[in-house]
Write a protein that binds this ligand. Structure first.
Ligand SMILES: *Cc1c(COP(=O)(O)O)cnc(C)c1O
Length: 386
């Protein structure tokens, strides 16, 4: 039996293992030197002033929204075509989860749709760089500036991507904060892990505080400086334990060194896919907006299932029988039972997202795929039309 090709997977080398081993043999399993080193390396790579690494991308989103101190009952707006965490983070913070429909070509949130949904209570926009392609940040930034609204980029798919101005996603040139995930299917991994980047010192300091229960020991920041002695620490607000371990930070540092190579190989695979798949009449290959550089977290195709007279279930089964894994990214968040029952959403609310959902399929994409794997996938997809 040929090896199974999943839709995404990490790449771990001996140097990653050695980096983790070194921490395991050291005195610090958590809150040691690797965390700060990883934060500095990440901020430096991205061109942001600050990075705060945390226990997951979801924790990063939760803290980023919390750090803005928006009053309860305000609204945030994200895209329905994302992982649920992009909007759940609003609800964690007592905010209403709002959505704006996607652009039909890029599948990212459409700035024109954002403008339609902005209301007096809108406090934050959370664009998602879907599949690695940067959303139209210049337009989104202008809208937010005009209305005095914050922007948090959910860049979980887009580590290594660049905007059309050539700057890195994560440099926060168009946002208050950007959030990354280091889950194993993402561009680099720490097992579980995430990060927030920002250029704002105040936000940076709040993120550090909130990551650690809202507790500080910094003598310069104490509210009651005379209350204790050398043991003294202060809990100044309600935070969380969203710390990452030094073990994970060591893995992240080691992985970050290989990010450019991972992205190069991802794009090489994309080029191989495009060469054949862009010419199939019943299939739509991914569109890359001129000027942007996508690190391609996913390769999403749209299939006209009527034309090949097969359901998506059948297509997934046929590919699986050939040892090829596929996935659907995503079921529109507003159609999840929780969102329908608690927030009143229903089918038809975001027609472009729903139309996209009926046709999309993510096919395997990860840097460790061999050319042979790629050709196996291409051949299996061509066979679907027969
Ligand atoms: C992966 C992902 C997250 C959450 O990241 P975790 O590290 O799994 O918590 C959030 N948003 C998007 C778009 C993601 O793909």
């Amino acid at each position: 039996m040929e090896q199974f090709i999943g839709y995404g997977k990490q790449w771990i080398d001996d140097d990653d293992i050695a980096a983790v081993q070194e921490v395991l043999k050291s005195d610090f399993l958590t809150q040691g030197p690797r965390i700060g080193e990883f934060e500095q390396a990440l901020a430096h790579y991205l061109g942001a002033r600050y990075a705060v690494v945390v226990s997951s991308g979801t924790a990063a989103l939760h803290l980023a929204v919390l750090a803005l101190s928006l009053s309860k009952g305000k609204q945030g707006i994200t895209t329905p075509i994302t992982f649920a965490a992009s909007s759940n983070c609003l609800i964690y913070n007592g905010l209403k989860p709002g959505f704006a429909d996607i652009d039909e070509n890029t599948y990212c949130i459409d700035p024109v749709e954002i403008e339609k949904h902005i209301a007096a209570g809108t406090g934050v926009l959370i664009p998602v760089h879907f599949a690695g392609q940067p959303a139209r940040m210049r337009e989104i930034y202008e809208i937010a500036q005009k209305k005095g609204i914050f922007i948090i980029e959910d860049a979980s798919h887009a580590l290594g991507s660049r905007y059309d101005n050539g700057k890195n996603v994560g440099s926060c040139c168009y946002s208050d904060m950007a959030v990354f995930s280091f889950h194993p299917v993402k561009t680099i991994t720490t097992g579980e892990g995430g990060a927030v980047t920002t250029n704002d010192k105040q936000l940076y300091e709040r993120l550090l505080l909130l990551r650690n229960h809202g507790i500080t020991k910094d003598p310069g920041k104490l509210k009651l400086p005379d209350a204790g002695g050398p043991w003294y620490y202060e809990m100044q607000e309600l935070g969380y334990n969203y710390r990452i371990t030094d073990i994970q930070a060591a893995l992240g540092l080691s992985q970050l060194k290989k990010l450019d190579e991972f992205v190069r190989r991802r794009r090489e695979i994309i080029a191989m896919y495009n060469q054949t798949l862009a010419n199939i009449p019943w299939l739509t290959a991914p569109y890359e907006r001129p000027g942007v550089f996508s690190a391609f977290h996913l390769y999403v195709i749209k299939i006209d299932f009527k034309q090949i007279d097969k359901t998506r279930t059948r297509v997934m089964q046929e590919l699986k029988a050939k040892g090829i894994g596929t996935q659907v990214h995503y079921i529109p968040v507003h159609l999840q039972p929780y969102y329908r029952e608690n927030w009143g959403y229903k089918p038809g609310d975001f027609p472009r997202a729903e139309q996209y959902y009926h046709q999309c399929l993510s096919i395997p994409l990860y840097p460790k795929m061999t050319d042979e794997d790629v050709h196996r996938v291409i051949d299996a997809i061509l066979d679907l039309g027969h």
